[in-house]
Design a protein around this ligand. Structure first.
Ligand SMILES: Cc1cc2nc3c(=O)[nH]c(=O)nc-3n(C[C@H](O)[C@H](O)[C@H](O)COP(=O)(O)O)c2cc1C
Length: 217
């Protein structure tokens, strides 16, 4: 069983990266073979609308662009589960994750009502979002609704609903005193880091275990 995690944070070992590591640890404890892709280590662009992936005389499901994402997109066709992780930037996923999803999702769909996906198999997935806002603010701003669009397309392409983890109120700086951040309470951030983040890490570990079990079913 092979699982790949896609990190859409430019900071490899911060909140998003740490939670993805926990998912991979959980998956490894169930004997999965795991790989982590840090998108910001790669050189690539989003979809350029060439439509080669939709041509009737070409192989569907293949993005024609050639860059660092090309081997990753090929590899994703072989794996048994995918974990996506992204920080929230301006109420959406990061630009790196957005560009990746454009390439991955668009190349695996064709404009057909009968054929929702040309991805070769049905596989489980999970999406981890990390953000500054609190759970209450997420509700207030209707963020869950906004993010549903990604879930809809991932479901359409991979054929199974994603498991979701929202990590709220994340710790953003090493030292809050060095940055203008008066809109946040440093004390609340420390409490969240020490109390909530370990709970989120535990949930991420469990996602890793569950996703392997679900893929092996
Ligand atoms: C450019 C930028 C935009 C951001 N926009 C939002 C936002 O709209 N809502 C939010 O809750 N957090 C926002 N954040 C905070 C990050 O989502 C949050 O700190 C996240 O956990 C960072 O992930 P990382 O630690 O993996 O880098 C933003 C951060 C940056 C750098």
């Amino acid at each position: 069983m092979k699982l790949i995690a896609i990190n859409g944070s430019p900071r490899n070992n911060w909140n998003t990266g740490k939670l993805l590591d926990k998912v991979l640890e959980g998956a490894k404890s169930e004997n999965a073979e795991v790989e982590l892709v840090n998108l910001y280590d790669l050189e690539y662009q989003g979809c350029v609308s060439c439509f080669r992936c939709k041509r009737k005389d070409k192989k569907h499901g293949k993005c024609a662009m050639k860059d660092d994402l090309t081997p990753i997109l090929e590899k994703l066709k072989e794996v048994d589960a995918i974990i996506f992780g992204s920080p929230i930037y301006f109420s959406a996923v990061s630009s790196g994750m957005s560009a990746f999803l454009e390439r991955f999702l668009f190349s695996n769909m064709i404009y057909s009502n009968e054929i929702p996906t040309v991805f070769p198999k049905k596989i489980p997935s999970a999406f981890i979002y990390t953000m500054n806002i609190t759970k209450e603010q997420m509700k207030e701003y209707g963020m869950e609704e906004k993010l549903k669009i990604f879930q809809y397309y991932i479901y359409r392409i991979l054929g199974k609903k994603s498991e979701l983890l929202y990590a709220y109120n994340t710790y953003q700086f090493k030292d809050y005193d060095k940055y203008e951040s008066s809109m946040f309470s440093k004390e609340e951030k420390i409490i969240s880091k020490n109390e909530q983040f370990p709970i989120d890490c535990k949930k991420a570990f469990e996602i890793g275990i569950n996703i392997v079990k679900s893929a092996n079913k």
